[in-house]
Design a protein around this ligand. Structure first.
Ligand SMILES: *Cc1c(COP(=O)(O)O)cnc(C)c1O
Length: 427
């Protein structure tokens, strides 16, 4: 069967034919490509065609697909145990690595996804503060936690309405939503609701609505305002954790969160999430404290061991420095090529990149993304796909560079992009 045939069949079996919405190509049009294997920077579709992958499972595969060092550990795990549901040493080793590497993570608890990590951190923040409300920012994604699937409401600053069917008004109303990059809005919301806000949660490097790098002073100020009002500060580093150096954005901004959430990279491609932070907070989690949180597959040995092998290699080989350099060069050269079809801006930080229509000022919030972005991206996406380059199938997802994207691969992509841009210009 080819991809189109698989998709026809899948649509009858799963909603939209997929197991997560963006995969369906709904926002770029066309039929999703079905991939059956992956190695290094490459994906192989069901018909055997090779693609250079910049989606990289939306972040976890920072070393590339099936990195040899990680693969060795996975093969060993196959022969050791697949799941215990008991105390075991593998989660201890990953916890020790993380706690040693990141001083503000004094204790950590592993779960099975980023969503679960965020959900648990919110529960903990509410338990600790005895408050119900949560402050989040438009353009930050924190998984599909009910109370965070909300968007800014049309009424007063900070009000919200649900962003998905099935989320009750009561739940949505507990969440206050503000635009990014606006300290005054945060000040006003704390003035009005300060005593009710359990926590402020932010992606310190928002990378789920395009890449929207924030000003250091902004992050500092909003964290300080939260603390001054007795609210906890949660950094959602599910994407940025172990991608932005070993200590994430908290170190870049020199601002410590009270709690921090992880996922993606720390599982090395297996389903893992984690939340951690101040000891006095983490000691409130069951069985040590009264905040319940559990999981059948929590601390699964594949995720724990593949995650640890990934983090160890990132550190040992100083992978981040190399990725940062290569991503910058790639993004700048791509921008030059893309300008053969319209005017583009390249946004990149560490090993993340994003292209959007040219703007005079850096885009730091959702409402500053140029009009027509999704349409322009869709054209580019399909032209590149045709040339064997797989970007995430949505203009609001970022590109992920990996350690397996070597010189030769970059050259190949730049040549493919030149042809793709000519094809777009002819349309
Ligand atoms: C991916 C992501 C999540 C959700 O993680 P899942 O593993 O998909 O549940 C939460 N927050 C951020 C910042 C993410 O990038």
């Amino acid at each position: 069967m080819n991809s189109a045939e698989y998709f026809e069949k899948s649509k009858k079996l799963s909603p939209g034919g997929v197991q997560s919405p963006v995969r369906s190509f709904k926002s770029v049009g066309g039929t999703p490509v079905y991939f059956k294997s992956a190695k290094g920077p490459f994906l192989y579709d069901v018909e055997g065609k090779e693609y250079v992958d910049f989606c990289m499972s939306f972040g976890p595969m920072i070393l590339g697909h099936r990195d040899p060092d990680v693969e060795a550990v996975v093969n060993e795990t196959v022969k050791t145990a697949w799941s215990f549901g008991t105390a075991e040493p593998y989660s201890l080793e990953l916890a020790e690595f993380m706690v040693t590497e990141i001083p503000w993570v004094e204790k950590v608890r592993f779960v099975s996804s980023g969503t679960e990590a965020v959900m648990s951190a919110l529960r903990l923040a509410r338990a600790f503060t005895g408050r119900d409300k949560v402050l989040k920012f438009d353009g930050c994604y924190h998984g599909h936690v009910d109370s965070l699937l909300v968007k800014a409401g049309s009424g007063l600053a900070g009000t919200s309405s649900s962003d998905s069917a099935g989320i009750g008004e009561v739940q949505a109303s507990q969440t206050l939503v503000l635009p990014l990059d606006d300290e005054n809005a945060v000040k006003e919301v704390f003035a009005a609701h300060g005593k009710d806000i359990a926590c402020l949660i932010v992606e310190p490097l928002p990378a789920n609505y395009g890449l929207l790098p924030q000003r250091k002073e902004y992050i500092e100020k909003i964290a300080d305002m939260a603390r001054a009002n007795g609210s906890l500060v949660i950094f959602d580093e599910v994407i940025s954790g172990f991608r932005v150096g070993m200590q994430g954005m908290a170190a870049k901004f020199d601002k410590k969160p009270d709690l921090v959430t992880y996922g993606k990279i720390i599982g090395g491609g297996f389903p893992v999430g984690a939340y951690g932070g101040r000891k006095d907070l983490m000691e409130m989690i069951a069985p040590e404290g009264p905040v319940y949180q559990a999981g059948t597959l929590s601390g699964n040995p594949f995720g724990m061991r593949a995650g640890l092998a990934t983090l160890q290699k990132l550190k040992r080989d100083n992978v981040h420095a190399r990725l940062e350099k290569n991503t910058a060069r790639f993004a700048e050269e791509m921008k030059g090529i893309l300008n053969g079809s319209g005017r583009w801006s390249a946004v990149y930080q560490e090993s993340l990149f994003w292209f959007h229509g040219e703007t005079a000022e850096p885009v730091r919030r959702v409402d500053k993304i140029p009009a027509g972005h999704a349409e322009a991206y869709a054209k580019l996406f399909h032209a590149l796909l045709n040339e064997g380059v797989y970007l995430a199938p949505s203009g609001y997802e970022v590109g992920f560079f990996s350690n397996a994207h070597d010189e030769k691969t970059i050259e190949r992509v730049l040549e493919a992009a030149s042809r793709a841009v000519k094809a777009v210009a002819k349309q």
